[in-house]
Design a protein around this ligand. Structure first.
Ligand SMILES: [Zn+2]
Length: 352
């Protein structure tokens, strides 16, 4: 039982649909967020939608400044504090893939300024979660921030991203199967708080991917919608749990370990998807079914497809338990031996 009060912070408005990017000024007005916006975006995204944003903002009564960021580092985020103090915005808009949204989230939490999340890709579930993941040196730091006050997910923009980027989001959703199993295990063995409602919500988004894998593999607009809605649900599950537990377990630890060994070799969702196959095996679950769904969608299921060496996968498996020692998972406190890791990767046909 949790003794302290459980406080849930949720986004107030979620807009998902085609061409909804044009609704940014309307949402700012409806939620009375003010008249000065700081837009955090990336150079490529701005090239894609900057004109539309300029057009809609100039015909609204909201003034704005644009800052383009390229690295999701703690240093880069901290460096923007000065600009924030100078401009003193009423609201921050994170416009882009992961990086601008994570940085906007961090700045918002630091300054108490509300932020709107405008994802332009569907590659991961940070789009509405209360956690900013930023790189500090070779490690990823997950900072507890506030969830966005609004999420505006334009399916026309998101669907125009490369197929690989869109599909990666399905991998991040499949990961909830093992994330929830790890959470339950930590509850049983370590007495950690476990909330079944948020766990079920996260699982629902993973099951959704399985049920709609056909649609997702064809990348139809409805398939993209399934991924985007699933990612928002998973973010909301994290808001309800007050931690990233429902969304991130041993498969995420494996992915972070692979990032540090092979220097961010593939997309986050691709890596955690592959990790889910192996962690399902350790949990004694239907890893073949996970593999089949990932294959059908067109996500990597082998080291080769992920673009890493077999030895990188094995090594990542042996150090994954050290990535976040407070996060108890199926990997245990002492992790896997090299032999056990190699056997695991071979049995699940991740390496040959
Ligand atoms: Zn993730």
């Amino acid at each position: 039982m949790r003794r302290e009060p459980h406080v849930i912070d949720l986004p107030k408005k979620v807009v998902v649909g085609e061409n909804v990017i044009w609704q940014i000024p309307k949402v700012i007005q409806e939620l009375r967020l003010g008249r000065k916006a700081l837009i955090i975006t990336g150079p490529n995204v701005w090239g894609l939608v900057g004109k539309a944003i300029e057009e809609m903002m100039s015909s609204s009564n909201v003034s704005y400044e644009v800052i383009k960021v390229s690295k999701p580092t703690l240093g880069e985020a901290e460096g923007l504090n000065e600009a924030l103090n100078k401009f003193l915005p009423d609201l921050i808009i994170g416009l882009g893939g992961g990086k601008p949204i994570d940085i906007a989230k961090y700045l918002s939490a630091n300054s108490g300024t509300p932020f709107i999340s405008v994802p332009t890709t569907s590659s991961h579930d940070g789009i509405a979660s209360p956690f900013a993941s930023l790189r500090g040196g070779s490690r990823i730091t997950s900072v507890l921030a506030k969830p966005p006050v609004a999420v505006i997910a334009d399916l026309s923009v998101i669907a125009s991203a490369p197929a690989r980027v869109i599909k990666a989001g399905a991998g991040d959703l499949i990961a909830k199967f093992t994330a929830v199993l790890d959470w339950r295990l930590a509850h049983r063995l370590k007495g950690e708080y476990y909330g079944d409602y948020s766990a079920q919500l996260a699982l629902l988004s993973a099951k959704h991917v399985v049920n709609y894998s056909d649609m997702i593999s064809k990348l139809s607009l409805e398939g993209v919608r399934v991924i985007v809605e699933g990612l928002i649900s998973s973010s909301v599950a994290m808001c309800i749990a007050g931690s990233s537990r429902p969304a991130s377990g041993s498969e995420h630890l494996f992915s972070h370990a692979l990032d540090s060994i092979a220097n961010y070799p593939a997309l986050h969702g691709e890596q955690v998807g592959l990790g889910t196959i192996m962690m399902s095996y350790l949990h004694g679950r239907e890893w073949r079914k996970i593999k089949k769904v990932l294959k059908k969608i067109g996500l990597p299921t082998t080291a080769k497809e992920l673009g890493v060496r077999d030895v990188d996968v094995i090594e990542a498996l042996t150090i994954a338990h050290k990535i976040r020692t407070e996060r108890y998972t199926i990997l245990g406190e002492s992790g896997l031996t090299y032999e056990a890791a190699e056997k695991l990767a071979r049995e699940t046909e991740v390496i040959d």
